[in-house]
Ligand binder design. Sequence first.
Ligand code: DC
Length: 225
Amino acid sequence: MIVAIDGPAGTGKGTVSKLIAERLGFTYIDTGAMYRCITLKMLNNDIKLEDTDKIIEMFENTKIEFENSTDDDGKLVQKVFLDGEDVSKEIRTPRVTEYSSPYSALPLIREKLVDLQRKMAVGNNVVMEGRDITTVVFPNAELKIYLDATPEERANRRYKEYISKGIETTYEETLEAINKRDYTDMHKEVGALKIAEGAIVVDTTNLSIEEVYETLHKLIESKEQ
Ligand code: DC
């Protein structure tokens, strides 16, 4: 079974996907992390968006892997490895976050990653989240969800996350970055964020993460029957 989840930044896609993986035994695939890895590699190697040959060559020599474990509270912890190196923290910095939006708009990068995402899902019960999972990667998924929330609430969640990680920023800066990223994500030439045909929209603005999980859990159960 494939549970495909799309939505803008800060709607709780990652958190709820981890709960589904943890509690229902699904394999969690964080496609945003994959775009972030490519962005990080391009920034580190000074590869520009117009360097088509270098990008093609980079993909031939790039390995993105997820490693799952559980912490003492039984919570799923997912580490992301880029070419064998743990980049879980590095891919979440504001700099990589900012660049990942325009970098992920490049059709060549999307084509390569979509291909990889489809391969990763073969033979497993999968929960995959991102921006184009319900529209491009798995338009025929058994369950398609579009998570939403107001930009203010999403900025609030992201701001708290940054502060808890010791990243210095302000609420206003975070809100501005969210609005900017929404715009780029929704206006991509390929793989733009939109509500897929047949997707169920869940507004999480006033829901706790447990309430979001419960909503999705019921939908998964109804599809399983
Ligand atoms: O979900 P995230 O914030 O980790 O995603 C990082 C960036 O990657 C985001 O700006 C949008 C882009 N992205 C995408 O274009 N397609 C996806 N399937 C997932 C993420």
